[in-house]
Design a protein around this ligand. Structure first.
Ligand code: PLP
Length: 392
């Protein structure tokens, strides 16, 4: 079975990380990764949400509003609440999964401290309208899905950005996050806060090492059916993939721990391969788009030139049936994101809006596998399976 996601590291990376982790400074990976993408400072975290939380705290932002998409990963909103601020949600544009600049600007008020433009699925955010934001409002770019090759990517002025490095992301270090910024003084304050996060080095190392070692066989084509059933909602290992509780707003302790040198070294060992991985994803995306754009009943999105896709999103009218048909043909399909954050029970009381565009996405979206190591034969299999699943 073809999985929809898998770690980007190999057993060689894992061994190299084990051999080199003691010589590796905690922030070596983050600094090099961020510098190659235009930020002079990079700090490593256990997760992207921890990076966001530490940044908001470092700027003394409390009891203010932070504007973010209604259609994004719920943990971003959870981090905003945890920081003592109020998330203000913006619907996406009609027929799109990205927030329009003018809709975001309409939500700005005297209480707004920051906005989180989100490069969902690796599509770039629309910067022109952000230039009319008042200077006092911080721009915090959510680049969890957006990893351009070294030296590429749009200019981002004085923004701050964060990335995520779990198995569902363009690059995986088991778990991890980076905060990129270009002000050494701010970076130092963030580091100070990060270094106060709870540290359980041995437990953390053993947890990440065993997770990394098990992931390599678990996501192979032959063992993936077993992994899939063990980690499904009613499987024995469901807790490994269950990443939030729709009824409560919180950040699990392990996402806020100090990161370890092992994940940092795993990142360093993949730095030279990032460009190849993200370019291959772009080629795959374009192949899918060319093959599927004239299918009736499905919506797919043309890739803008400065996008670096992490996923291939597609809307299908009868999602559950589509997924069943794909699985029957040996292809795993994702549903990122099957919810609208402000309509989740934990957030319902905080907003009276309806978010119609995000609701449609949440109900119809699927993501096809966009693994960098897909063979041409597998790509043809995936495309044929989609054609049949939407026709049957
Ligand atoms: C768009 C987006 N932003 C932020 C995050 C948070 O990343 P992390 O799990 O590393 O906190 C995710 C996680 O899946 C995401 O999809």
């Amino acid at each position: 079975m073809i999985p929809r996601l898998k770690p980007t590291f190999s057993s060689k990376d894992l061994l190299r990380a084990l051999l080199q982790m003691h010589a590796c400074d905690l922030d070596t990976f983050a600094r090099r990764f961020a510098r190659e993408r235009g930020f002079s400072e990079g700090l490593f975290f256990s997760s992207a949400r921890a990076a966001l939380l530490a940044f908001l705290e470092s700027r003394g932002i409390r009891n203010r509003e932070v504007i973010l998409p209604a259609y994004t990963c719920v943990v971003v909103a959870n981090a905003v609440v945890q920081s003592g601020n109020r998330p203000v949600f913006v619907d996406c544009g009609e027929g799109d999964f990205l927030v329009r600049g003018e809709d975001l600007l309409r939500k700005v008020s005297g209480k707004t401290a920051a906005v989180i433009p989100t490069a969902l699925f690796g599509f770039p955010v629309a910067p022109p309208s952000f230039s009319s934001l008042p200077k006092s409002i911080l721009r915090i770019l959510d680049f969890a899905h957006f990893v351009p090759p070294a030296g590429k990517g749009p200019p981002h002025g004085k923004s701050t950005a964060f990335w995520s490095f779990n198995h569902g992301k363009p690059l995986s270090t088991v778990f991890g996050g980076i905060l990129g910024c270009s002000n050494p003084e701010f970076a130092e304050r963030v580091r100070h806060i990060r270094n106060r996060f709870p540290a359980r080095p041995l437990r953390h190392f053993l947890n990440r090492l065993s997770y990394a070692a098990c992931s390599l066989p678990a996501f192979t084509r032959s063992l993936f059916p077993l992994t899939r059933s063990l980690t499904s909602a009613d499987g024995l290992l469901a807790s490994l993939t269950h990443y939030f509780d729709p009824n409560t707003i919180n950040i699990p302790e392990k996402s806020l721990e100090q990161p370890g040198r092992f994940e940092a070294a795993l990142g360093v060992s993949q730095l030279n391969r990032i460009t190849g991985i993200v370019k291959r994803r772009k080629v795959l995306y374009e192949k899918y788009y060319t093959a599927l754009s004239d299918l009736r009943n499905v919506t797919v999105w043309h890739l803008p030139p400065d996008a670096w896709p992490s996923h291939f999103p597609m809307l299908v009218p009868n999602r559950n049936r589509f997924i069943r048909q794909m699985i029957r043909r040996g292809i795993d399909v994702g549903t990122l994101f099957p919810y609208v954050v402000p309509l989740l029970p934990a957030y319902r009381d905080r907003s009276q809006e309806d978010y119609p565009h995000a609701r449609r996405l949440a109900a119809e979206i699927v993501n096809l596998p966009l693994l960098h190591d897909l063979t041409d034969e597998e790509v043809s299999r995936i495309l044929e399976a989609v054609r049949r699943a939407v026709r049957d």
